[in-house]
Design a binder for this molecule. Sequence first.
Ligand code: G6P
Length: 495
Amino acid sequence: MGSPHGTFDFVVAANRLPVDRVVDDDGVARWQTSPGGLVSAMDSVMAGRTAAWVGWAGDPGEDIEPFDREGTRLHPIALTADEIRDYYEGFSNTTLWPLYHDVIVPPLYRRRWWAAYRAINQRFAEAVAEVAADGATVWVHDYQLQLVPTMLRDLRPDVRIGWFNHIPFPPVELFAQLPWRQSVLRGLLGADFLGFQRTTDAGNFARACHQLLGATRSGDVVSWDGSDDELQGAAPRRVRVSAVPISIDFAGLDELARTPAVRERAREIRSSLGDPETLLLGVDRLDYTKGIRHRLRAYSELLADGDLVPPQVTLVQIATPSRERVSAYRELRSQVDGQVGRINGDHSGIGAAAVHYLHHAYPREEMAALFLAADVLLVTPLRDGMNLVAKEYVASRWDGGGALVLSEFTGAAQELTTAFQCNPHDIVGLKQTILRAMHEDPADRRKRMLAMRRRVRKHDVFGWARRYLSALEAAPDRPGGGGRPRDRGEGSGLG
Ligand code: G6P
């Protein structure tokens, strides 16, 4: 509940607000849903809850007054154009993002970006400190805000702090490249509970703490005595660290995909593609982690081999625009544009495109219709924290139809074990897996899909939030261990 003074017992901090401010050509501002898995997951958890959400509104700009949306108080953090360049495009997405995704592209280390990252994390910590009620629960999200836990603890020792990493945490052999590695670990150790997608990620973090700070691990508790050569005088910390894999609103998507409008739209999509025997689908942010180029390579070879022939088979590739001012993303876009152009030039006929390439974002209803229309969804990241698109596909297939080709380098692969799993680096293997997913006996394919549906139904986003918050509640930082008695607050409304 919000107090009369405008403070909240439950506060979320994420780089982005759930809505982005978009100014059109006439200078009129409107709000639209922000991109990415983090917002889609948290948005369903927060809908209708009394809480505050501190985040950036997605454009350079003026101070925007806090406002309410579906019961949540949104507190915009203003970032200037230079801060966006250095903190968001620079340190977050040119240093940390590639470093945490197995250095698929080389991370760049710039001292100016690091200074901006520290300053903006401090700004977030101060904003949270202002809106958090006495003893509030604060849930910090993702790699953009790794210093917030300690900065916030310094300002507000009374609040309980959780952090969740939506992306992988790299092995220490890679993490150790980061010139500011100890400061980042120390920033995170200000939390009471650190949640990761996979046990491996939690293990990587604990190993980094051991190797780089001399911390020890016992069960899921990392203990650090606060001493090391570079960071003098920090308070000792005991922090709970474990895996809590994120999920989706299964029931909501299942219900949406069953509506007559979505079913009709799915039929319409197929018929406008010429009613192919097999519709292959890819849905990704246009990001080099997603393995889009490997997927297109495999597809173009299957066409060249004569294993796939349009219009009986076609591929719809949706690539949502992302981080377009970051050079690795611009380069990827021109590579993918080129690849798609070549494939279509070589293999399309009139009215029989080999690839339908759509560089747009689509609303939920259209996504549900596409999922329902697709015979095979291709999810082939080189590294992905979870990949909620894979889970969304499964939730949309109330008919038990469809097949999921899923990279073993996604968090989702640990749960969706009956998917057609693949190593996207192995183009021959990927080609075989795509053909297998298309041609397997339909009864067997159905069994695979139903098993995945059971898994995602049981482990949905609401269960994820409950598990996360009870782990945070039980975190061992306070004297006496098992958390403090609470008279109000956390998770209020999240149970
Ligand atoms: C991933 C990250 C999120 C991020 C999203 C979209 O899901 O884990 O933190 O918000 O991508 O990326 P963007 O840079 O547009 O926020």
